[in-house]
Design a protein around this ligand. Structure first.
Ligand SMILES: *Cc1c(COP(=O)(O)O)cnc(C)c1O
Length: 462
């Protein structure tokens, strides 16, 4: 399986280089040269099988012969063995034809665990084969850092430096990062904002000498292996609800559009999906794009669902590429213009192609709060604000047949807001109940790029 860049100016690469490289050298995103697919009987046979086995089958279709089947199966078994629920991604019914897919049973209680747990094992495996050690540098506004630390702690061939804005993430989010005792993990509290942290990471990636010295790598949501890993739960949940004999729709709380795009990937692989609704908070770039054809950045507003406070949905470039018939020149032009002006117009034919599957819905803060309360009253389920955006979007669209809302975080990750609107304080699952008693370990640094780069070098031993 070869991977091509959406901008067409980089040579095609294999799965290993697409995963370890992240962004293509021409600034585009890697996509498979052709979508692998499963027959209806292969999809039907996924019903009732262990999650890790379906994961190995789906991810294996993308890895091709670059990872031996038995090794991939073992990695998936280990990755999904860290989840506290035996089903890994269980379904809960919330209405006659509506379900929640609980993606939050991983070690850091957010859906990012689903992809990050297998990504860490893929990294260790692929780097080990090349006798190479990489340093992952990431900035986190909350969930990514915790999921990365939980996944990569103890990895043999990877070191992780996680930057977070001091005092601007919740205590639960911070503790998922700072309580890892393994010495391949370094957390840095930066006296600044998330944007400062992100700018420092960006500058570090542009420093060629640092890049080479520490073999810098990133694990943000543009990494294709994350998308492949996220396609898995569309298969497991759809077959549980009657696919491939009947089509299922999805409602996806969206920010960077990785999760919703993974649904599109599952569909291209043969899964009958009727509709995918991209549900956003008031940072509604995706909702506007699907409804009007204008993909235009607004200013970022802080909301109750901070993991979705994004005004430039990185993975959207992949869908655009598909919708313009995989024309790399057109994609390159459109996204160069977007980088410059903050806006691009989706051509009418491409918009029509997107609208065959996608709808966009933006949900305000009051409606998000109301939805948390209503869901508790009507079903007994305590949902987090990100999930609530997805549940709220259901009432804005007319969907026939079963619909699955992806539940992207455990309510206990946002205990203050959930308690304030419902009067019920969500409790942490048993496995992490001692989180607040664990010892924290992190450094404090100023929002100074040079100081942080020196810190990364020293930590990586370069
Ligand atoms: C990252 C995240 C999202 C958004 O997912 P994308 O793939 O970026 O669209 C939604 N909810 C939670 C809790 C997240 O951590």
């Amino acid at each position: 399986m070869r991977y091509v860049s959406t901008r067409g100016q980089s040579p095609s690469v294999g799965f290993t280089d697409a995963v370890l490289g992240g962004l293509a050298p021409d600034g585009g995103l890697y996509v498979p040269e052709a979508w692998p697919s499963f027959s209806a009987s292969e999809i039907a046979a996924m019903a009732g099988r262990p999650y890790a086995e379906v994961a190995a089958q789906v991810i294996g279709a993308f890895a091709g012969d670059e990872i031996p089947t038995e090794a991939l199966k073992a990695m998936c078994a280990e990755a999904y063995g860290t989840f506290s629920h035996k089903a890994v991604v269980p379904l809960t019914q919330i209405a006659p034809d509506a379900f929640i897919a609980e993606l939050f049973h991983g070690p850091s209680l957010a859906f990012k665990d689903v992809a990050m747990q297998i990504l860490a094992r893929l990294y260790d495996h692929l780097l080990g084969k090349q006798r190479r050690t990489q340093t992952i540098l990431c900035a986190t506004s909350g969930d990514t850092g915790g999921a990365a630390v939980e996944a990569f702690r103890g990895a043999r061939n990877v070191k992780v430096v996680a930057l977070f804005p001091e005092g601007r993430i919740s205590e639960v989010q911070r503790r998922f990062m700072t309580t890892a005792a393994e010495d391949n993990i370094a957390c840095v509290a930066v006296s600044g904002t998330f944007d400062d942290c992100q700018a420092i990471v960006k500058a570090a990636f542009q420093d060629q000498s640092l890049r080479q010295a520490v073999d810098l790598s990133g694990v943000n949501s543009i990494n294709f292996a994350r998308i492949a890993a996220q396609a898995v739960y569309f298969f497991t949940t759809a077959v549980a609800l009657g696919a491939p004999q009947r089509a299922v729709s999805y409602c996806v709380p969206s920010g960077n559009f990785g999760d919703a795009f993974a649904g599109y990937v599952a569909m291209r692989m043969g899964l009958p999906i009727a509709r995918i609704v991209a549900a956003t908070n008031s940072n509604d770039i995706l909702a506007r794009a699907f409804e009007t054809g204008g993909y235009a950045r607004g200013s970022v507003q802080a909301t109750l669902s901070p993991a979705m406070d994004i005004q430039s949905a990185s993975n959207f470039e992949r869908l655009y590429f598909e919708a313009v018939g995989r024309d790399p020149a057109q994609t390159a032009r459109a996204f160069a213009a977007f980088a410059e002006t903050g806006a691009l117009d989706i051509p009418p034919a491409a918009l029509a192609a997107m609208q065959k599957t996608f709808r966009g819905v933006a949900v305000g803060e009051a409606e998000t709060e109301r939805t948390i309360v209503q869901t508790l009253d009507q079903t007994g389920e305590l949902i987090d604000p990100h999930t609530a955006v997805g549940v709220a979007a259901l009432s804005h669209v007319d969907l026939a047949g079963p619909v699955v809302v992806l539940s992207t975080a455990h309510a206990a990750k946002f205990p203050e807001d959930v308690a304030r609107v419902t009067g019920v304080t969500p409790t942490l699952p048993r496995g992490v109940a001692d989180l607040s008693a664990r010892t924290e370990r992190f450094d404090r640094l100023a929002a100074d790029g040079e100081a942080i780069k020196a810190h990364v070098r020293a930590f990586a031993g370069a």
